[in-house]
Write a protein that binds this ligand. Structure first.
Ligand code: NAP
Length: 226
């Protein structure tokens, strides 16, 4: 029987690449902000109450990344980022697990970021929320083990998506590429392939981990990138 897959943030470049890859042999439910706005309690509650499906794999790919430094951030901006990037995931998982809506032997994958491992100017709320996701993954790996559900995250480096193009000019991207051992920024499919692997039986013994997929960029830290 085909596996059921939920891709939250499936309208994004990485999310749609994941949804397309899984749709070859799975039934994929993919959400955009119109159907499930992660900044809105009302939208999250409505999505959860309307959903009657059980899923084998749940993948979170949505995020808010508005450039913002600690010095200039106001509380509502920080709160909004943490809500979209962390609390909404917690709430959705809490409800799906409580209602037994994730099947035994299922797999949860959260798209985190290199900013879960590093800080950088103007990434304050984004980086804080992505760091916290690693804690969520480790704790849930332990708590979900009786249900035989695995949870892992994937931390992309620089990937060619609209989010990257919104925050970096093409000159900045070229400069960054000089520091990537693999020679260029990545493509959404590079992330989708790892997510697919983490939902597959062949990754059965990987649990509670974060996999960095950055073409080797982080091997040199952020040296030279302003
Ligand atoms: N691109 C990179 O270099 C990179 C690097 C590290 C990590 N990541 C992570 O990869 C994931 C996907 O990013 P992407 O690069 O594919 O960006 P993207 O193409 O801009 O996609 C962003 C996704 O987030 C959704 N989203 C944003 N705010 C939302 C909200 N309030 N409620 C519901 N959905 C919301 C968007 O929905 P709509 O389309 O409906 O607006 C879209 O599906 C994110 O978690 C991001 O942090 C990306």
């Amino acid at each position: 029987m085909s596996k059921e897959v939920l891709v939250i943030g499936g309208s994004g470049d990485i999310g749609s690449s994941i949804a397309t890859l899984f749709s070859d042999n799975c039934i994929v439910k993919s959400t955009s902000r119109d159907e499930l706005d992660l900044s809105s309690d009302k939208s999250i509650k409505s999505f959860l109450s309307l959903n009657k499906k059980k899923f084998d794999h749940v993948i979170f790919c949505a995020a808010s990344n508005n450039l913002c430094s600690f010095k200039d951030a106001n509380y509502s901006e920080i709160e909004q980022s943490i809500k979209v990037n962390l609390l909404s995931i917690t709430e959705i998982l809490h409800e799906l697990i409580k209602r037994n809506f994730i099947n035994t032997e299922g797999s949860i994958v959260i798209i985190s970021s290199l900013y879960a491992h590093f800080g950088r100017t103007k990434r304050f709320p984004y980086s804080v929320s992505k760091h916290a996701l690693l804690g969520l993954v480790k704790n849930l790996a332990i708590e979900l083990s009786p249900k035989k559900i695995r949870i892992n995250s994937v931390s992309p480096g620089f990937i060619n998506t609209k989010l990257t193009r919104k925050n970096l000019s093409s000159e900045e991207i070229k400069k960054i590429e000089e520091y990537i051992p693999s020679g260029s920024i990545g493509n959404p499919i590079d992330i989708a392939n790892v997510v697919y692997f983490l939902c597959n039986k062949s990754s059965n013994y990987i649990n509670g981990q974060d996999i960095v997929v950055d073409g080797g960029f982080s091997c040199g830290g952020f040296m030279g990138v302003e």
